[in-house]
Each structure stands twice: as structure tokens, then as C-alpha cells.
Design a protein around this ligand. Structure first.
Ligand code: FAD
Length: 518
């Protein structure tokens, strides 16, 4: 059975038992990647139960170094998460709600430790929002049964997607594997179920007994990142000011984007030198902003007050936020994508190259293709990369270099502040043509044309590739091929590591061979 089915059956089997569990001395909300108090489904339900029973609500966060390793979580993302936890802790303390943060080294020990804490706190109910990766769904299924055996209750909520995975089906009753009809169905489903866009109430003030009974929980300090995932002092100084953490910062950024840029989004979103996109992905990834709040805020600015029609920028932005839902639905319906397998099995037999020299040139931004190098240096420079550039560098890795797309997928996860398995896997699958609703394999981006089209004046390249700052005009896109050889050489800028036309032919042949033998 698929992990979601395991989970559903664990919940169905324990339903009667859960109904019998009486609220004891406290109710607990387990924060994961939902680090906010506003519009948080499970947190809101936990608070409601605690209020009704007149008992305190306790927040719990488990730091799991092994999970960070397994999920390749980037140090910059962990740093952002820990800073957001600090903000969350302060926000909760204002409501007399403690946030207990505990490090559990081995992930298999997490369920057992949660149960010990529940018993120590004499708590009966644990609330949590669902995550849809395979390991997480399996863990929650196991936890539901362990809780039932001990007379405890686990309550989970769908929160991270605007439309939870499940109800959207094609005419034949199957889940959609193509975005456009899925998106039409997504819009329709929301318009017919407007409660999906209703925001959850923030938690209420805890009763005065909270500080008396659970006083020591308020003293809990946010731990540093595990040593292997820690930013250096230089990185902290450089990166932290770029990414202010916490939900208030997310709302500020959302409001500013809606005020200043969303109207022009359709026009500017592909131009990496402009502030054309929202830069909110880290907030979605860490849950310091809910996708519901974002979509609703954008919709309310549309003169139609609907998700469709009206302002083109707003419609387009909502359709991009929807991609995030789409890829999370894909995880639930086809969980094998979590296991390093291409969505399309017929693409399993492509003979990838594992040329380490080419891979290093790609990761360090020294391929000799300025747009690719600028993008890779943006990633190392700020832990984030513009979407158009993600597509360009991913296509370049898989097609021009014929490197295994999973090497790029992994590198992105290890370095992105917004690294999210579903979106990253989806993006790589799209660009390498092995994923759900992908770019056809014979569509191979020409990096030079992409550069001319989306960075026509070379502003983005000049920002991130200082060796080329003095190159004038169109030569910026291909300095050695267009007469800027002396300047490029002087700056130490490398020559192209592959010749695009030949690389294109090689990729077409390798894909064709792989598909035919698959
Ligand atoms: P905006 O343009 O303002 O979009 C708003 C939000 O919509 C984003 O924050 C994001 O949550 C969502 N979104 C937009 N485009 C996509 C998309 N194509 N797929 C899924 N969600 C989308 N996004 C991640 O959040 N994490 C990743 O690890 C990730 N890896 C990617 C890897 C590749 C190879 C590609 C091609 C795309 C990847 N994306 C990923 C999608 C996209 O590039 C980023 O979400 C976007 O660049 C974030 O910038 P923004 O917040 O300014 O986006």
C-alpha cells in the first residue's frame, strides 16, 4: 500500500480508541515545517481543544539531525528554521504557550521520545500537520498506532496545500499527471469549496496555570544547528540579513510584493535581474507563511475577487503557487518519486555521464556559459536561485552535460534555502524531461538564446560574474565567441566546457537510446 493508505488505515483503525481519550492536563502541538501561529490548521484545532478543556497548550519541536542528513537539508535552510523557531517561541510566550525544543539524534527514536514527553507533561492529545514525503507518512502511521496502544490520541490536519491531496481526479477517476487540467480542477474545487481558503484562528492565551505548571518549559533555549550543518560566521553575516526569519517577515514580504510587484508578475517573472518574483519560497518551505493566506491575499487584490479572471499578474502568481500543491499531490499519488526513480519509468535506462570535472565546473559556476555560471553563483551567494535560471542550469546539467539529473537535484537540496523535496524533484523532473508533465526530451534549451532572451543587457550576469563586469554589449552572453576574449581571459573567466550544438546531438541520441531500450 502507498504510505497515504497506510496512514489512512492507521487512523481508521484507531478512530474508536481516539474518541475515548479524555483530555488530561495539557494538549500538545508538534511543530514541523509549519513555524507560524497564524492560519495553522492543526495548531488552531489544538488550541480549541485546550481552551474547551481549560488546560494549557504546549508547543513541541524536535530537532532531528538524522532527518537533516537524510533529507539533505541545506545549512542555510536550517539556520533560517532555527531563527524562525526563536521568533515563534517569542510569539507563543506572549500567549503564555511554551515551546519545548528537543534534539533527538536518531530519527527512529522520535516517536518514543514524543510519547515520553506526553507522559511527562500528562498530555493526552498531540496535534500535527501532515507532511507528504514517504518517511513522514510512514512515521505518522506508526505513531498513530503507538499512541493508540498507550491511550493517547494523535490528531493530524492537512495544512500545507491549499487543496489537500486526494479529491482532484480526472474524468476517468485517476489522479492528474498533467498540470493544466489539474490546475483547472484545482480552481474549480476551491471555488466550490470556499472553506478551503478560510484562515484558521491563531491560538488563544493559555490559562494562568500554564506558567505555574509548565514553567520550566518556557526556559528552553533554541539549540545551535548540528555541527555538520552549521553556517560559518562569515556566511551568517552575509546571508542572514538577506533572509529575515519568522512569520511577521513573511507577511511583510507578501504585502510588499502584492503592493508593488504582483501586477507586473506575468511580465517580469522570467527576468532574473528584476525583483519580479515574490521571494517567498523559503517562507512556504519553512511554513512561516501558509499557501492559503498567500493565495487568499492575492485573490482579494484581484478586482474579480476570484482566483481566475481579472488581473493577469495576480492570476499568474496564483497559478505558480498552485505548482507547489501539484508537486505535493504527485508525491502522494506516486510515492516512488521519493525513491530516486524517474516519474516516467521508460526514462530509467538513459546512460548518464558521471564526469566529475564537468560536475565541479557546474557547481562552482565555471562552465564558460555566463548565464549558467551567474545562476550557480547566485545559488552559492544567497542560497536561492531565480526560477528561470533553475530551469536553465538544470537543463544544462542533464542535457548539455548529460550528467545524471539526480546529482543536480541533490546539489540543489544541499544548498537551497527553500529546498523542498516535492518542488525540487518536480523541477528537476521537468527540466531533465524525466518527471511528471515534463519538458519534452527533444526540447533542449540553448543557453545562449536563453541568456539573450531573459538577461538581454547582461545585468544579471554582470552582478554575479565579476570577471565579466567590463564586457560590453552582446559579448556578455558568450565572451570568447563574440570578441571579448581579452577581457574574459584577463578576468580568468573559463572557456566553454562543452560545445552546445554537439552536446545537444549527444543528448538527443542518449535520450532516444534510453527510451527505446526502456
Ligand atoms: P514566485 O515566482 O514568487 O512564486 C510564488 C511561489 O510559488 C513560490 O514561492 C513557490 O512556492 C511556488 N512556485 C513557483 N514556481 C514553482 C514551481 N515551478 N514549482 C513549485 N512551486 C513553485 N521551489 C521550491 O520552493 N523549492 C525547491 O527546492 C525548488 N527547486 C526547484 C528546482 C528546479 C530545477 C526548478 C526548475 C524549480 C524549483 N523550484 C523550487 C520552483 C521555483 O523555482 C521556486 O519556487 C521559485 O523560484 C521561488 O521563488 P519565488 O518565491 O520568488 O517564486
Amino acid at each position: 500500500p502507498r504510505p497515504i493508505e497506510l496512514l489512512n488505515s492507521a487512523f481508521a483503525d484507531t478512530l474508536q480508541q481516539r474518541k475515548r481519550v479524555k483530555v488530561r492536563d495539557a494538549v500538545v502541538h508538534w511543530f514541523k515545517w509549519d513555524l507560524r501561529i497564524h492560519d495553522n490548521r492543526a495548531l488552531s484545532e489544538a488550541s480549541e481543544m485546550a481552551q474547551k478543556a481549560g488546560v494549557p497548550l504546549i508547543g513541541l519541536y524536535i530537532v532531528s539531525p538524522q532527518d537533516f542528513e537524510a533529507h539533505l537539508t541545506a545549512p542555510i535552510r536550517i539556520d533560517f528554521m532555527l531563527r524562525s523557531l526563536q521568533v515563534l517561541k517569542e510569539d507563543l510566550a506572549k500567549l503564555d504557550i511554551p515551546l519545548w525544543v528537543e534534539t533527538v539524534e536518531k530519527r527512529r527514536d522520535v516517536p518514543g521520545r514524543i510519547i515520553e514527553l506526553m507522559e511527562e507533561w500528562r498530555a493526552s492529545h498531540l496535534f500535527a500537520n501532515l507532511e507528504y514525503e514517504v518517511d513522514e507518512l510512514r512515521r505518522e502511521a506508526k505513531l498513530a498506532r503507538m499512541f493508540a496502544e498507550r491511550g493517547l490520541a494523535l490528531q493530524v490536519a492537512h495544512d500545507t496545500c491549499v487543496v489537500p491531496p486526494g479529491p482532484l481526479r480526472s474524468g476517468t477517476g485517476r489522479p492528474y499527471a498533467v498540470y493544466s487540467p489539474w490546475f483547472r480542477s484545482w480552481i474549480r474545487h476551491i471555488q466550490e469549496n470556499l472553506e478551503l481558503l478560510e484562515l484558521s484562528e491563531p491560538p488563544k492565551q493559555n490559562p494562568p496555570t500554564a506558567r505555574k505548571t509548565y514553567g520550566k518549559l518556557f526556559d528552553c533555549a533554541i539549540p545551535p544547528a548540528p555541527e555538520s550543518k552549521r553556517l560559518s560566521d562569515e556566511e551568517k553575516k552575509r546571508l542572514q540579513p538577506l533572509w529575515p526569519a519568522g512569520e511577521q517577515e513573511a507577511m511583510k514580504r507578501l504585502d510588499k510584493f502584492c503592493e508593488e510587484n504582483i501586477g507586473q508578475y506575468a511580465k517580469n517573472r522570467n527576468i532574473p535581474s528584476t525583483a519580479g518574483t515574490s521571494n517567498l519560497s523559503v517562507h512556504f518551505a519553512c511554513g512561516t507563511l501558509s499557501a492559503r493566506t498567500a493565495v487568499r491575499t492575492a485573490r482579494d487584490r484581484n478586482n474579480t475577487k476570484r482566483l481566475d479572471g481579472g488581473n493577469e499578474g495576480i492570476q499568474t502568481w496564483i497559478s505558480e503557487v498552485a505548482w507547489r500543491d501539484f508537486y505535493k499531490h504527485v508525491l502522494v499519488h506516486w510515492p516512488y518519486v521519493c525513491m530516486n526513480k524517474p516519474f516516467k519509468p521508460e526514462y530509467s535506462n538513459i546512460e548518464w555521464s558521471y564526469n566529475q570535472e564537468n560536475f565541479t565546473a557546474w557547481t562552482s559556476g565555471r562552465t564558460g556559459f555566463p548565464i549558467v555560471d551567474a545562476a550557480m553563483r547566485q545559488l552559492s551567494g544567497m542560497g536561492w536561485m531565480h526560477n528561470r535560471c533553475r530551469m536553465i542550469v538544470a537543463s544544462f546539467l542533464a542535457k548539455d552535460l548529460l550528467l545524471d539529473w539526480r546529482m543536480g537535484e541533490r546539489f540543489f537540496m544541499e544548498h537551497l534555502i527553500d529546498g523542498d523535496f516535492a518542488s525540487n524533484n518536480g523541477g528537476w523532473g521537468f527540466a531533465a524531461s524525466v518527471g511528471v508533465d515534463p519538458q519534452p526530451y527533444f526540447r533542449i534549451f540553448n543557453p545562449l538564446l536563453q541568456s539573450e532572451k531573459f538577461d538581454p543587457d547582461g545585468e544579471y550576469i554582470r552582478k554575479w560574474v565579476p570577471e565579466l563586469r567590463n564586457v560590453k554589449g552582446k559579448a556578455i552572453h558568450d565572451p570568447y565567441g563574440r570578441g571579448a576574449e581579452v577581457l574574459a581571459k584577463k578576468g580568468g573567466y573559463p572557456r566553454q566546457i562543452v560545445e552546445h550544438k554537439g552536446a545537444r546531438e549527444r543528448a538527443l541520441a542518449a535520450y532516444k537510446r534510453g527510451i527505446e531500450s526502456g
